[in-house]
Ligand binder design. Structure first.
Ligand code: FE
Length: 358
C-alpha cells in the first residue's frame, strides 16, 4: 500500500492518497480545489492512476478538488447518496466497498456533523478516515448542515469505537498540528466523546460551543453540492490555471520544469539565465546558446536587467541551484519562470548543442 497524508494550510484540511502498490490504482479522499496542481504532480511522480475521489461529506470550509481532478485525470467522483450533491459518478451508502486495484475501503455511515457524513475503513481495519465526525481529541461541529449531536454520539460510540483498538484514525482536519490517532487513544482521551462520557453530557457540550459562522460556508457548500464544478461565470482559480508559453510540468516540489528538447527548439523565444559560476559556464559542460551568466549569489541584483514580460528559463549544472533561482525570480515578480529539468548534465546526456567550451 502507498499512503500519503496531504495538508491544505488555508483550511487545515487533510487529504489522503491511498494506492495499491501492485496495480498503481489510487483513491484520493477529500481533495482540496486549490491543491489540485500539487496532488496531480504527486500522483504522476509516483506513477499512479487516480481511479476515484471520495468525499467524507459536503464540506463548509473549502471547495473540493473532485471535479477538477476528474477533468485533469479522468477520476470518478464518489459521494454519499445522502449528501444531496449533484454530478457524482458513484453514490455510495453504508456498507458499500470502494475498490482501488486489489484493495478497498468500506463505507461506514457516521452522520452527526452532516447527515451524509461517512467514515472510510481500509479493508484490513488498520486505518479509518473519519472526516469531521471524530477529530483528534475533538469532533466536528453539529450546529449547521443537518448537524445532530445525538447522531454524532452514536456514530462515534456505536461505529468508530467498535473498530479494533489499534485501528489508526485520520481526520479531515486538525488545527493544532496533530496528524493521526487511534481508536484506543480516543476512547481514553477524547474530552468530548471518550468512552465514559454520556450522550446528554456530549449534547450539552455541543450546544454551548458558541462557534462563529464558518467564513467560507456560503461559497463552499453550494460549490461542493456541484462536486466542486465552478459556476460557468466564475473565473477559474489562478492557482489552478496552467501557464501556456511552453509545455511545462509542475513538480511536487512546487516548481515549473521545462524539458531540454523544447528549449533547444525555442531558445530564441525565452531568456535563458545560467546561474552557475563563470568557470563552470565556460567549462567542460559548456552552456546553452544565448544563455546569460548570472551566478546565483548575484541573481537578485542582476535580475533587474531581465525583461519581466518575457519567459525566463533558469539553468545550472544539475537543476538544483536553478530551481532555487526560479523560486527567487518568481518572488521578484517574474510571472513566467521555469527550471531546465536536469540542468546541463541532462542537456549533455541528450547530446544537445552547446557553446563556450574551452
Ligand atoms: Fe466539515
Amino acid at each position: 500500500m502507498i499512503f500519503r497524508q496531504l495538508f491544505d494550510p488555508q483550511s487545515s484540511t487533510y487529504s489522503y492518497l491511498l494506492a495499491d502498490s501492485r496495480s498503481r490504482d489510487a483513491v484520493l479522499i477529500d481533495p482540496v480545489f486549490e491543491q489540485v496542481r500539487r496532488e496531480v504532480a504527486l500522483i504522476e511522480e509516483l506513477g499512479l492512476r487516480l481511479r476515484l475521489t471520495l468525499e467524507t461529506h459536503v464540506h463548509a470550509d473549502h471547495v473540493t478538488g473532485a471535479w477538477m481532478l476528474r477533468r485533469r485525470l479522468g477520476s470518478q467522483i464518489a459521494m454519499s447518496a445522502r449528501s444531496g450533491a449533484q454530478g457524482a459518478d458513484i453514490m455510495f451508502g453504508d456498507g458499500d466497498r470502494l475498490e482501488f486495484g486489489g484493495r478497498h475501503l468500506r463505507v461506514m455511515a457516521t452522520p452527526g456533523h452532516t447527515g451524509g457524513c461517512s467514515t472510510f475503513v481500509l479493508d484490513d481495519n488498520s486505518m479509518a478516515f473519519t472526516g469531521d465526525c471524530l477529530l483528534i481529541r475533538g469532533c466536528g461541529r453539529t450546529d449547521f448542515q443537518q448537524g445532530d449531536p445525538a447522531a454524532m454520539y452514536r456514530s462515534v460510540h456505536d461505529r468508530i469505537f467498535r473498530l479494533p483498538d489499534e485501528c489508526l484514525l485520520y481526520p479531515a482536519h486538525d488545527y493544532k498540528g496533530s496528524t493521526v490517532t487511534s481508536v484506543a487513544e480516543e476512547k481514553l482521551f477524547n474530552p468530548r466523546l471518550g468512552e465514559d462520557i454520556g450522550e446528554d453530557d456530549f449534547a450539552g457540550y455541543m450546544r454551548n460551543l458558541g462557534l462563529a459562522h464558518p467564513n467560507k460556508i456560503d461559497i463552499a457548500v453550494p460549490a461542493n453540492l456541484r462536486c466542486g464544478e465552478p459556476e460557468s461565470s466564475a473565473p477559474v482559480d489562478p492557482s489552478v490555471a496552467e501557464p501556456d508559453w511552453a509545455p511545462l510540468t509542475y513538480t511536487y516540489a512546487g516548481l515549473w520544469e521545462l524539458q531540454p528538447e523544447w528549449l533547444e527548439e525555442h531558445y530564441a523565444q525565452v531568456q535563458i539565465v545560467d546561474v552557475r559560476e563563470p568557470d563552470e559556464f565556460n567549462g567542460i559542460l559548456g552552456h546553452v546558446e544565448g544563455a546569460v551568466l548570472m551566478p546565483l549569489g548575484e541573481l537578485k541584483q542582476q535580475a533587474a536587467t531581465l525583461d519581466k514580460t518575457r519567459p525566463v528559463v533558469t539553468v545550472c549544472r544539475s537543476g538544483a541551484r536553478s530551481a532555487q533561482a526560479a523560486v527567487m525570480l518568481d518572488k521578484e515578480g517574474f510571472g513566467k519562470v521555469a527550471n531546465l529539468a536536469g540542468g546541463m548534465l541532462r542537456w549533455r546526456t541528450q547530446r544537445l548543442p552547446v557553446e563556450g567550451m574551452d
